[in-house]
Design a protein around this ligand. Structure first.
Ligand code: ADP
Ligand code: MG
Length: 678
């Protein structure tokens, strides 16, 4: 049996259905059997007609009392059937199901499943599915309900799945080692696969799910650990000089470092001086001072005789870094340059030449750094900023421009430690958990939309005093067209109706990078007062004069996203404000708004976010190259995750290259080929 064979060879799948399955990302038999149900309906426990409760989905077993009667209504037809059991009668109604007319035989018993409607004591059942009493296709058992099916009906997908399961049943090779199955009390793969789709009892599904979740998390852990190991096993990394003292650059900063900055610098310095290559994640909240840390590391690399590359996700950010780096490092006789796509050809050639011959010590830039024509003389350190914008592949690609350079990945998205271990299991982790002193807390208010006018008055007061304001549009899920519409609508509202006296601009993700940069620069240089934006401003450009952030429909954002956005203000000397305009009275909405008002600590917020929303949504807001899980839920399954981590560690210690675990090695390969990349 070939798990990778095309779904078109599965019984019940014609050319039309192949297309629909492909839309669900189902291409192979394996994709199909790992397309797991979203939930289940227990259509197994029939009720007597006189026990039926209004509004409930219920199974009844009843005898057809006559033929289906069809009525023609404007633009539709209606089919009605009278049925009865020993306790009473019920009327069954369908619409546009003409084929049902001769379907039922009077006096014969059927099983129906649908929603009950109690009208004046009469039992009605609307558009139910049904079987003859001795059959159990649509009723009489636990039915899987699949997520998103496009034009495929649940019934069709279920039939296809039944055929697929018949085909694989008993033929699936166990991918987990015997001792792990035993130790963690996991079900073998064939039973688990059958029971996740077609459980006979609900406990069956629990057992099956546990095994499949374990396998998924375990293989991810294994993949990450194998990758980490790989770095470590490679030929030796660079040993940067112990005689270059980071303290010499620290002296140049106009501030003294926080304890957290000092601590992570020690960790980094240790990595750099050892002969293993550094692969380290530096996590720190917005404004925690990661750039200073990166500068110190770059200084150490350069003064040890190597070049450094700093990669940022946007041209503006790269430019901002260049300014910061130059300010401090030029005094120390270090040459920094900027490589972004907007520069002239001549300039670019010059930079490429000087990078190649080693005249440039630190090259700062965007994706442009990855291009093949960028050649370093002696690249020793790679720093990627705002790592979630880059995939593992890009990170690896830039590292390949050196001979095993040290790599520092910086992320401003604080995530709970447990999750950091999964997502960045291939990296060592350093955390800056402290902000520089004397930061003014960003005052945050959650305000019902009804108070809009007061908010506008507040903005007006600040802008009249010379400040600037961001207004963030409601998040429109997965739809850039709508995003665009809402940004322009909001722009017109503010520019034309509310603040005609100010210079209002807008920015959104569909603009060309150059256009976006220009708008950001205009805002930065105070050519505009109010910037209406989608979440594109999330990536950090410093506008110290902007001190208000208004977020429209804040209830639609995850806390992590709100926190990221809020970090755009509070970057200068002015007291800054974040106003969360929200709608909705739900307990959860209020709780979330409260968290935002009470704390500015990104780590606290991310823990709460995870707690209040669950991992799925949490990751949805971060949009990065996190492996997507088909069945595991990182919030609910944290216990299984811990077990899986432990199990993976044990395996890797005993068999670092998985030479003695062929099945596991192929699980790992699969993860890397399909999942962990953008
Ligand atoms: P992020 O971690 O978000 O990248 P930055 O490195 O951009 O933060 O730092 C934010 C601001 O804080 C910068 O203006 C920087 O000069 C300043 N800064 C960094 N470290 C300190 C410190 N120890 N004391 C005071 N200000 C600091
Ligand atoms: Mg930064």
């Amino acid at each position: 049996m070939d798990l990778l064979k095309d779904v078109k060879y599965i019984k019940g799948v014609g050319p039309n259905r192949v297309k629909l399955l492909n839309k669900l990302n189902i291409y192979t038999l394996k994709d199909l059997i790992t397309y797991y149900p979203r939930t289940y309906e227990d259509r197994n426990k029939p009720k007597k007609i006189d026990e039926c409760i209004d509004g409930e989905e219920t199974t009844i077993e009843a005898i057809a009392c006559g033929n289906v009667v069809e009525t023609h209504l404007p633009r539709k037809t209606m089919q009605k059937l009278l049925v009865k059991d020993e306790t009473g009668a019920a009327i069954i109604t369908w619409f546009n199901q003409t084929y049902l007319k001769n379907k039922f035989i009077t006096g014969k018993k059927y099983r129906f499943y649908g929603k009950i409607n109690l009208k004046f004591g009469k039992v009605e059942l609307n558009s139910p599915v049904f079987d003859e009493i001795d059959k159990r296709n649509n009723t009489g058992r636990i039915i899987p309900i699949y997520p998103l099916t496009y034009q495929l009906s649940q019934t069709t997908l279920r039939k296809i799945m039944e055929n697929a399961i018949k085909e694989v049943k008993g033929n699936l090779k166990e991918s987990l080692p015997e001792e792990i199955l035993k130790e963690y009390n996991l079900e073998e793969i064939n039973t688990a696969t059958e029971n996740i789709h077609f459980p006979k009892k609900l406990e069956d599904f629990q057992t099956a799910r546990k095994r499949l979740v374990f396998e998924e998390l375990f293989s991810t852990q294994l993949a990450l650990l194998a990758l980490k190991n790989n770095y470590k096993n490679e030929e030796k990394g660079i040993k940067f000089s112990k005689d270059v003292h980071i303290s010499d650059v620290i002296k140049e900063f106009p501030f003294s470092l926080t304890n957290a900055q000092r601590r992570v610098l020690e960790e980094i310095e240790q990595d750099m001086e050892s002969d293993k290559s550094m692969n380290r994640l530096l996590q720190g909240d917005v404004g925690s001072g990661k750039t200073a840390v990166a500068m110190c590391a770059a200084y150490k690399a350069v003064k040890s005789g190597y070049q450094a590359a700093i990669m940022a996700p946007t041209a503006i950010l790269a430019t901002q870094h260049l300014e910061n780096f130059k300010n401090i490092l030029e005094k120390l006789d270090i040459k920094c340059e900027l490589l972004i796509s907007g520069i002239t050809k001549k300039r670019k050639e010059e930079i490429l030449e000087n990078t190649k011959n080693g005249n440039i010590d630190i090259l700062i830039g965007t994706h442009a750094l990855i291009e093949d024509n960028v050649i370093f003389k002696n690249l020793g350190l790679v720093v990627t900023d705002e790592q979630h914008r880059f995939g593992v592949k890009q990170r690896t690609k830039i590292a390949q421009k050196g001979n095993n350079p040290d790599v520092l990945v910086m992320s401003a998205t604080p995530i709970p430690r447990t999750l950091a271990l999964i997502l960045y299991g291939d990296l060592d982790i350093s955390i800056i958990d402290e902000l520089p002193p004397n930061r003014k807390k960003i005052e945050t208010f959650a305000v019902s939309k009804k108070l809009e006018q007061r908010i506008d008055a507040f903005i007006q007061k600040q802008v009249d005093e010379g400040r600037q304001c961001y207004i963030v549009c409601p998040l429109v899920e997965e739809n850039e067209e709508m995003d665009l519409k809402s940004v322009i609508e909001l722009y017109e509202k503010y520019q034309k109706e509310i603040f005609p006296q100010y210079r209002v601009a807008y920015i959104h993700g569909k603009m060309k990078p150059k256009e976006k940069d220009q708008i950001m620069l205009d805002f930065k240089s105070h050519k505009t007062d109010i910037l209406i934006s989608t979440t594109v401003i999330e990536v950090g450009v410093d506008v110290p004069n902007a001190n208000i952030m208004v977020i429209e429909d804040a209830q639609r954002f995850g806390l992590a996203a709100l926190h990221q956005l809020r970090g755009r203000v509070g970057r200068g000397e002015y007291q800054s404000y974040c106003i969360l305009k929200y709608e909705g009275k739900g307990e959860n909405v209020r709780k979330r708004m409260k968290v935002m008002c009470e704390t500015n600590d990104g780590f606290v917020i991310s823990e709460k976010d995870l707690e209040l929303r669950g991992a799925g949504d949490f990751f949805g807001t971060m949009q990065h190259g996190i492996p997507e899980f088909k069945i595991a839920n990182l919030f609910e399954d944290i216990e299984i995750l811990k077990q899986a981590q432990k199990a993976a560690q044990k395996i890797i210690i005993g068999d670092p290259n998985l030479k003695n675990h062929k099945e596991l090695a192929s699980l790992v390969d699969e993860k890397f080929n399909k999942r962990i990349e953008i």
